[in-house]
Design a protein around this ligand. Sequence first.
Ligand code: URA
Length: 245
Amino acid sequence: MSGKVPTARIDRLLGGLGYGSRREIGQMAAAGWLVRDGVALRDASERIALEPDLPARVTVRGEPLDPLPGVAIMLHKPLGVTCSRKEGGGLVYDLLPPRWLARDPAISTVGRLDKDTSGLLLLTDDGALLHRIISPRSHVAKRYRVTLARPLSGDEGAVFAAGTLMLDGEDKPLLPAELDVVDSHHACLTIHEGRYHQVRRMFAALGNHVEALHRDRIGGLGLPDGLEPGRWRVLGPADIAAVFA
Ligand code: URA
């Protein structure tokens, strides 16, 4: 058994979590604002064991410590915000606590949703996890609820399942995808890759137009009913396992 818990200097740890410069954190400690298990940590150059329950045991100015590096969250992305600065407009990162923008390692989205797509978006500072989720080799399925401008013709499911559909400007056919028709204008589509605007382009290739798009599942992890648009929560090990289930 390895069992050895890594340690970090308090000022380095809190600096990486965006609480301020090392000097500022030193001052916060000296002022008695950093408390572990009810005892003030007055020397920020001290090393602290990075136990998983540290955020529950340490407070900063009376508030629980932010999640340690290696965090993953789910966000209910609302319509109208973007995953990339290039698109312009409000960013999904602005929905997180401002301090989180100063974290190092930085938090990034796991893949992207369009500005006009809502639903389940994962974010993490764990590069290995991010790559594991988006890697085609992981075969993590993504499920979308689709609202269409025109009625379904009835053959879309077979076309998507065939694994032969070629999108405009691409030279490799899409992997097979599963369509569950809800009614004439609504369906659930499960895809196993993440090409640019993939769902919209799939329906456009068949002469239809996606009017509304919402992702409700990544692998076996669903967007909980109670998580309102714009809200987020930290994922636990069981949630991560569900992504790959
Ligand atoms: N497919 C799209 O067209 N848009 C998304 O945001 C996600 C998948």
